[in-house]
Ligand binder design. Sequence first.
Ligand SMILES: [Zn+2]
Length: 257
Amino acid sequence: MRTSSTVARLRSIAKISRRVLATILVPQCACCRQAHHLPSRLCAVCHASLRSTLCPRSIRLPNDRACNYSRTKDSSTIVGAQHVEGISQLQSIFFYREVVPDLLIRWKYDGMVELTNLIASWVANHCQISASYDLATIVPCHWRRRLTRGFDHMWLLANALAKTGLIKPPTKILKHSKPLPFLHLQAASDRHIDPDHFHTVCSVKGKRILIIDDVITSGTTLRAAASALKCDGAAEVSALTVATARELLLPTSRTRV
Ligand SMILES: [Zn+2]
């Protein structure tokens, strides 16, 4: 009797322990922090939200009259492109809304570097940029921010994209010539970076460059990066960004009234 009661007690303890462990170890969604039971880092709701923010093949954004459109292989659809001075072709994967800001904030500011591969897989699966290029590079973190964060999220992403086969292994080309203003605290219309903000650390003469960045808002950062590359003799500059906030610059139906 004593043996069976001991076994029952042990089973009861094991059952409670399993429940406690399941509660502690249940995976949380990287965006909304809700518990979920999918193998993905995102819950079903955030996953669906992310899918709904994908830029369609044909997008109309501010100043798209000057767009350099690129066409897919069947030449029937226009790949979403936006005009930025000095950039010959530009594609963004997501609109910067719904779950996308949370995802990028967790990745960039909360140090969830494990989201790099998830973001890279979405970019690789939906990138349709058709520009030919010789060197792939990034808009780098300023060294002070890299020091405080402990990593350069764009360098991690570019290397993850290279592992998927989407791009060539990235090259470090650009460096900040001066401290970067806190652009994310500024309204899009107030954002400004000096044209000489970046300088190059290797020869780009005659090269076609693909720059990768996280979010394009006003385009001022990419414009300055392209300016530095063109000044040093780059033949062509194209860009790929994870997200675009440019649709937020469009007047809404409410503001039109
Ligand atoms: Zn979620």
